[in-house]
Design a protein around this ligand. Structure first.
Ligand code: MG
Length: 213
């Protein structure tokens, strides 16, 4: 049976969309589609998975989240405002001269942001470094990286993935926002997503514990 395309959003998803739109309206710019496809991914992470302390953003035991597709930052800002890292009113100043909320997230300027991203293909490498550091420290911090499906055309993403498999970084999770679109059109027209599946399968095998990398 075909599923209805009119699957209703619950109130929380609608509220998060309203926050994104308020920032978009305030700034008069922003990557709308790329932000919308992220909402349920970040909602699930911030509501149910990531460990953090809003009143102590630098808490050493926190999990690290990296939005590698930094152009989707409207949704990251909406979640940070929703959780209380930043004021909700700050969203309206998106991209204004004196706002910390720029067109791409910057670490050190925005509480809760762990890495400056936007130059695509770098977030996973940063995440590998963070996961290695956590392993060396012997703590239980987890690292989650969200990339775009167009972003994984970048070769540096696969270099980082191979490195993660080699070091068997089980605390590192990568999620791909598979919205099937990128700047130049449909992902299937730019590169073959099926090739990605094969590469992922090989990395899973290589990353298994107990096997030589
Ligand atoms: Mg995409």
């Amino acid at each position: 049976m075909r599923r209805s395309l009119e699957s209703p959003l619950d109130e929380r998803s609608r509220a998060l969309r309203r926050l994104v739109i308020s920032a978009l309206e305030g700034g008069g710019r922003g990557h709308f589609g790329s932000s919308m496809s992220l909402i349920e991914i970040l909602r699930a992470l911030y509501d149910n998975f990531l460990r953090y302390r809003v009143d102590q953003p630098e808490w050493p035991g926190r999990d690290r989240f990296i939005l590698s597709k930094g152009h989707g930052c409207l949704t990251l800002y909406a979640l940070l405002a929703d959780k209380g890292f930043i004021e909700r009113d700050a969203l309206r100043g998106f991209c204004s001269q004196h706002s910390c909320l720029g067109g791409h997230p910057e670490v050190g300027k925005i509480p809760g942001v762990e890495a400056s991203t936007g130059a695509l293909g770098h977030g996973l490498s940063i995440g590998v470094g963070m996961a290695l550091a956590s392993h060396i420290r012997g703590d239980s911090s987890r690292v989650v990286v969200v990339t775009g499906d167009g972003e994984i055309n970048e070769g540096s993403v696969w270099e980082a993935a191979m490195s993660a498999a080699k070091h068997r970084l089980e605390s590192l999770t990568v999620m791909i926002d598979y919205n099937k679109l990128q700047s130049y059109g449909a992902t299937r027209d730019v590169a073959r997503p099926g090739a990605t599946d094969g590469q992922m399968a090989r990395l899973r095998i290589r990353g298994k514990r107990g096997q030589r990398p």
